[in-house]
Structures are given as C-alpha cells and as structure tokens.
Design a protein around this ligand. Structure first.
Ligand SMILES: Cc1cc2nc3c(=O)[nH]c(=O)nc-3n(C[C@H](O)[C@H](O)[C@H](O)COP(=O)(O)O)c2cc1C
Length: 338
C-alpha cells in the first residue's frame, strides 16, 4: 500500500466496488461494505441472503477491475444476520481483509486463519482491544496485523454509550490510541512483531491525516471524506448534502439497533420516520416488533437520493468538506503533504 489510508466501509450501498476499487488504484485500501449490499438486486426481498452474496461478488469484481492488485476488502459488521456466511464469501473471493466491528468479532480468525484474508477488528476502547487479542491468541493462535481504533468523532454507529455524548465527554483519539498501544504491547512482545494501529473518526483533510500520523498512528481510516467523491457509489443528491453540510447540521441519534449514531439533520432525523416497514431480518439486535423504524430502509432511501426521508450518517467534521472530489485528487493532496 502506497498510502497509510483506509477508506472505511459505508453501508448501505455507499462504499461498493467503484469507490473501493478507485481508492485501491490510488494506493490506499478500499473497503466494500457488505451490509445490505444487494439492495439493487431484483430479488433482494425474496432472497435477501443470496442477493447480498451475489452483490458481494459483483462489487468485488468491479473493484478488482479498477485495481487488479490494490488492497480491497470487506466491512462485515458482527451484528449482521448470517455473519459467518458473509465472512466465508469474502474469504472465498480472496478479499485482502475483513474489517469487523459493531460488537466483538471473537470468532473471525476461525474463518480466515491460513487464508489470504486478514482479520481486522475495529475497537472504540482499549478494553475491547484486550478482549479480542486475548481471545484470538488463546483460541485461534491468531494476532491481527492491524487494528482500527474508531473514536467518538466518527460517522455511522458509534462504539460509545449515548450518555458519553450527552455529558459532552471527549476522550481524544490520541488518548484512545495510547491506551490501545499499552494493551497491545505484551502481545507484540510475545510475537516480536508490530501490530499497526489505524485511527478513525473526524479525519478529513490532509493536515488531519498528518496530525494523526504525527501523534503516533500507523495509518488512518476515513469515511465521510470518501463519501463526498465522484466515485462514491451513492446517488448524487446524497453526496451533495455532505458538500453543503456545516458543523451545525450534525446530530447524535439513537439508532434502532441500540447504539448511538451520528447523522445529518434533515426532516427524517428531526421529525421521525414515516415508514412502511419491510423487514429484511438483517441485523441480529433489531426486533421488528418494537423498533422505531427500519434502519436499512432509512439508509437505503438516503443512498437512493431521498435525502429528506432517509438517514444520512456522517462524521463530525463534515463541515470541512466543501466540494465533491475525485478520489485521485484526494490522494494527490495526501502525496503533497505526507
Ligand atoms: C455513511 C456511513 C456509513 C457507515 N457504515 C459503516 C458500516 O456499515 N460498518 C462500519 O463498521 N462502519 C461504518 N461507518 C464508519 C466508517 O467506516 C468510518 O470508520 C467512519 O466514517 C470514520 O469517521 P469519518 O466519517 O469521520 O471519517 C459508516 C460511516 C458513514 C459516514
């Protein structure tokens, strides 16, 4: 990899083959989000799992057609129904990595050990990193080469309690990085190998990337910046919202899956859902009988361009984005500063 930059997985349908392949072609790591990936397939509601597996293959091939030997992987959240089936599919496709967060991916090494696919956990605390490393080492004799640390400024579902944001607490990404570094030290010692630590959340500009590397991170993962690109797989009306958004347009919401999330203010997030629920049974923590709205529907509406009635996840620093860029332009800016 030429640049220590991972484009974060963004569901539903935000980071697919085009975005991830374009990032990989520029020397970063591109991530296809597996959640609800088959939403454009004609049989999506009739054959949810099959349509998603088919779409995984199509999107991976699309990415590979843009970058035959760049780094391309999948983001597969631990909370998705049939998690193991998606993991096995990514391994069969020879994806370079599987990133798993939104819960502890304790069983992931079982499916990737000895294959060409690396297991990469996302954590939001040193405690989570410790549990994962201890379990992976003990149960599978597997230690990740890389861990993503997602801080409180990130877009999408957040690995912090709602009270964290209500109290205005702010653990800096640097503190989080240092605490994870401490936890991994004994494992690195045993292995005589370094585990790369990649930080995510609120990183938008080349200066932000440089600051993250200067504070000791081995790399960065960025979501929102790559969302506002020509190659991003979402509808142009969706992307335009991020270009226009300012800091004041960002709010913390409580998602139906029981986690806080960060999103753009719009009629949907301010006034609530006007939803006709079409359950895909896509997330294990979601109970269709009690959920306030279907998050998959809400994300899909947004990505299809219904920006008033859909859910637009965002990182906190979206206000720093002023134009839609080509992925190539973003990497040229990194080249100039790194
Ligand atoms: C629209 C959107 C969708 C996302 N979807 C996922 C997802 O499906 N799985 C996941 O692990 N992270 C998801 N994320 C988090 C990103 O992968 C990334 O870690 C995060 O956006 C980093 O923060 P930033 O947006 O400030 O750069 C999403 C983020 C956004 C903005």
């Amino acid at each position: 990899m030429k640049f220590p930059v991972i484009q974060g997985g963004m569901g539903i349908g935000v980071s697919l083959g085009r975005l991830s392949g374009s990032v990989a072609a520029c020397g970063g790591a591109g991530t296809i989000s597996a959640v609800g990936i088959g939403y454009r397939q004609a049989d999506h509601f009739k054959a949810f799992l099959e349509s998603n597996l088919r779409a995984m293959e199509e999107e991976f091939q699309k990415a590979r057609s843009l970058s035959a030997d760049g780094v391309v992987g999948f983001n597969i959240m631990t909370v998705i129904t049939d998690y193991v089936t998606y993991v096995k599919k990514a391994v069969a496709l020879k994806a370079d990595f599987i990133v798993s967060g939104a819960g502890l991916p304790l069983e992931l090494p079982k499916y990737v050990k000895g294959t060409e696919t690396q297991a990469v956990p996302i954590v939001s605390s040193a405690k989570a990193a410790k549990i994962i490393l201890r379990t992976w080492k003990k149960k599978w004799e597997y230690i990740p080469q890389l861990i993503i640390i997602e801080g409180p400024e990130a877009g999408g579902h957040l690995g912090f309690k709602a009270s964290y944001f209500e109290k205005g607490e702010k653990e800096s990404l640097k503190d989080l990085l240092m605490s994870v570094r401490e936890v991994i030290a004994p494992f690195e010692e045993q292995l005589k190998e370094k585990i790369q630590l990649v930080v995510a959340g609120g990183i938008v500009t080349p200066e932000d990337v440089k600051a993250a590397l200067d504070m000791g991170a081995d790399g960065v993962q960025m979501g929102t910046r790559f969302l506002a690109t020509e190659e991003c797989d979402a509808d142009p009306r969706y992307k335009q919202k991020y270009v226009e958004a300012t800091e004041e347009d960002v709010i913390i919401i409580q998602s139906p899956v029981g986690l806080p999330g960060r999103a753009l203010k719009n009629p949907f997030t301010l006034e609530g859902a006007k939803d006709r629920m079409r359950c895909r049974n896509c997330l294990t923590p979601c109970d269709p009988a009690t959920t306030i709205y279907c998050i998959a529907d809400a994300l899909e509406r947004a990505v299809r361009g219904d920006v008033d009635n859909g859910l637009l996840f965002t990182g906190s620093q979206v206000g720093k984005i002023h134009s839609l860029k080509k992925v190539k332009e973003i990497f040229a800016e990194f080249e100039a500063i790194l």
